[in-house]
Design a protein around this ligand. Sequence first.
Ligand code: PGA
Length: 256
Amino acid sequence: MRKKIVAANWKMNMNSSTGEKLVNGILNGLPVLNENQKVVICPPFPYLAMVQNETKNVPNLHVGAQNAHAQESGAYTGEVSAGMLKEMGIEYVILGHSERREYNHETNAQLKEKVDRVLSEGLHVIFCCGESLATRDANTQNDFVENQLTESLFHLDAEKYSHISIAYEPIWAIGTGRTATAQQAQDMHAHIRKVISKKYGADLANDLTILYGGSCKASNAAELFSNPDVDGGLIGGASLKSADFLPIVEAMIKAK
Ligand code: PGA
């Protein structure tokens, strides 16, 4: 059965004290989640252990990293391996965020290797895709996103998809306050599901969780999540205050 997820992407924000307050605020207001409703908190690496500690007894609340390296180990100064994350009990890893594609020049081919490494450790990948404004203006977003999926995910065997969720994040909507309309999100999510279905069959595509990200907030989450192919969100700015984040979790629970 398809799971719903709301994931918090703190990016390079918070410190240990504001981060801890945020987690406690979330825990204080967190509604009861069932097995098909997940909340994933993705802090910067130095705060993973703290968030892990604070949340360890909360069912269906998980901790994720924002990146992992493609290699198992070795001379990669400044990098963190999926095995290290696994060892500390981290369950999710965001891969392919557009900020990493832009500032760290991550390519579809490199992301394919990262996906393999993270899956080989048994962790769950939240794989980000999404087009720039220029691509949207040229109306080639469907082909662009299809190519991102093809080049980074389509080498995988079908059974790996139980450990994959996709986050559609149009770059023009990230941190800009300019959210995709509910219709734009639904259209792309339906396209992604169709592309997955063509390659892996309708059952697998139907079970796949596809999140929307990009200026998703309390005021628009319910409308976005009411779409049949939008299964939750990857939340940046609105994940940094519990009062902003919790209504988005509520919207996920109430949707459909
Ligand atoms: P935003 O970021 O919610 O601040 O737009 C989303 C993301 O980049 O994951």
